[in-house]
Design a protein around this ligand. Sequence first.
Ligand SMILES: [Zn+2]
Length: 200
Amino acid sequence: MLPNSIAVLIAALNKLPGVGPRSAERMALHLVQSDSAAVRQLADAILLAREKIQFCATCGALTEKSPCPICDDSRRDASLVCVVERAVDILSIEKSNAFRGKFHVLGGRISPLDGVEPEDLRIAELEKRLAHESIREIVIALATDVEGDATSAYLAKRLARPNLKISRIAYGLPAGSGLEFADELTLSRALEGRREMKGQ
Ligand SMILES: [Zn+2]
């Protein structure tokens, strides 16, 4: 069988998202036969990224400095805040080039079966922003599945305030999938076609 150190490496790689046992084995066998300088470079890049990256204290994006460049960008429309599930969803929306406002990362969606309750999400942080920033519209950009729908409805109710519009991006996104599977055109159309949600 394989030497123990290779088995340990395979097990570690196998824990990464999207890496099955076969890919993990291929990567491990490639790495142990590579130039050791190249392997060190990869290991250093992983460590450095992990040490430098933090969550933006305002929006929850992944960033090297907090507040992040988007929160810090005065040319962006601060009255418009797009609510996404995960930090990576910001990248999908930025790629579509259809949104010039700011963001707020929830960190998940309400899912009682998985033990995710509203207080596990960054909703209180969003309420704090509503109190301190002059936000006119919240654009909810959550996946169009059961949990995404339930979380959007919950948010529309909890965030309802006078003079605040709450909208949700239009359907047309692949059902049951995250924003990363939507192409840029679909996403920009979904943003343009967003519909107002009524809180009550
Ligand atoms: Zn930010």
